[in-house]
Write a protein that binds this ligand. Structure first.
Ligand SMILES: *Cc1c(COP(=O)(O)O)cnc(C)c1O
Length: 359
């Protein structure tokens, strides 16, 4: 059988998946390992699915180096639900939390948390400036936690290191989990929706330090309670079982490919290649100067008047989803783990061709 056609997919999310994983899914889709049914059709409490779920959790904990004093939860609702679920679980009425505001996703998280708890903005990134250095944050000693976004998917900025604070850090790693090592000693909660570096949409990974599991408010719905999810192995109700299975295949793929360190090396190489090209060009320009993300790279094409043509011809050349977020315009190339280096080569080649024809 000839290899299937695969476009170069720069989508910000749902995003590219490893073709090897998709082939595994296809192989097992109709008849999972001789059992005569698909994983989609399996009861989530069957021994077959339990084995799939346990293996996925074990493999995630292994590749992400999660210590024993953290619980791993597989939940629905996206990272956005965590913006409310985390304050519901980690604060009581009257408490307050600190937010480091660096872009769109930290702003959204702050707005949602405000519906649940008192919120302070302890640091802020000015337009196109560097990320605020942690020694300049005005932290509230009574805050229950400090929320930050390790990689701002829309703005294209990324913290290279995260500080060790008195308070637990709550870190939204939706767009850079599994592309960098995590220093768990600094973490209270790490969460990530799956559809960028983990798997299909519908699943969110939440890793919670165990001593934070008993802080929930009374009267929150049991499906939203970390402690209940932990006690019942994330199966308070039917979990997004197919996404969970597929995430498990991605974890094994990461492991086979050399683990998170190798993902980080590849990500740096891919991002450097594109930034170098953008920086040397007189026609294209990277939007971000300081604290550049190695996952999401926003850039401009000339004065913007050729954007639609650039996107249309890119599409025709098999380079998909380069349109920047609607709130900021321009272009954005998302270079998640499953985007091969050959995709960056193809993009740079297309950009050079486009410039020579239209600039
Ligand atoms: C994509 C994204 C989200 C939102 O994820 P949903 O699953 O759509 O709720 C939140 N935070 C960051 C950093 C993201 O990249």
């Amino acid at each position: 059988m000839s290899a299937p056609y695969r476009a170069f997919n720069f989508s910000p999310g749902p995003a590219a998946l490893p073709v090897e994983v998709l082939e595994e899914v296809r192989r097992d889709l109709v008849d999972y390992q001789g059992r005569g049914l698909s994983v989609m059709e399996m009861n989530h409490r069957s021994p077959e699915f339990e084995a799939i779920a346990d293996a996925a959790e074990r493999d995630f904990r292994q590749i992400a180096n999660v210590p024993d004093d953290f619980a791993t939860l597989f939940v629905a609702g996206g990272a956005t639900l965590q913006f409310s679920m985390i304050p519901m679980n980690l604060t009581r009425p009257g408490d307050s939390v600190d937010f480091v505001v660096t872009g769109t996703w930290s702003k959204k998280a702050l707005r949602e948390a405000k519906r649940v708890v008192g919120v302070r903005q302890c640091a802020c990134r000015n337009d196109s400036g560097p990320l605020p250095a942690s020694d300049s944050w005005s932290l509230d000693p009574n805050a229950q936690y400090v929320h930050l976004v390790s990689n701002e998917t829309i703005d294209g900025v990324q913290f290279k290191t995260l500080p060790a604070l008195e308070r637990p850090l709550v870190v939204d790693m939706s767009s850079d989990i599994l592309s960098r090592a995590i220093d768990w000693q600094r973490m209270g909660v790490v969460f990530a929706s799956a559809q960028k570096n983990i798997g299909p949409a519908g699943l969110t990974l939440v890793v919670v330090r165990r001593d934070l599991l008993d802080r929930a408010r009374l009267n929150i719905p049991s499906v939203l309670e970390f402690a209940a999810l932990d006690q019942r192995a994330s199966m308070v109700n039917t979990p997004p079982s197919f996404s969970w299975y597929l995430a498990g295949l991605v974890f094994r793929w990461v492991e086979r490919e050399g683990g998170v360190d190798e993902m980080e090396r590849r990500s740096r190489r891919k991002a450097q290649k594109l930034y170098r090209y953008l920086d040397e060009s007189n026609f294209y320009a990277a939007r971000v100067v300081h604290d550049r993300s190695i996952m999401n790279i926003p850039f401009d094409v000339g004065d913007g008047s050729l954007d639609e043509l650039f996107l249309r011809q890119a599409n025709e050349a098999g380079l998909l989803s380069l349109r920047g977020h609607r709130s900021v315009g321009g272009m954005r190339a998302s270079l998640y783990n499953a985007v091969p280096e050959s995709a960056v080569d193809a993009l740079v080649e297309y950009m050079a061709q486009f410039e020579s024809e239209h600039a």
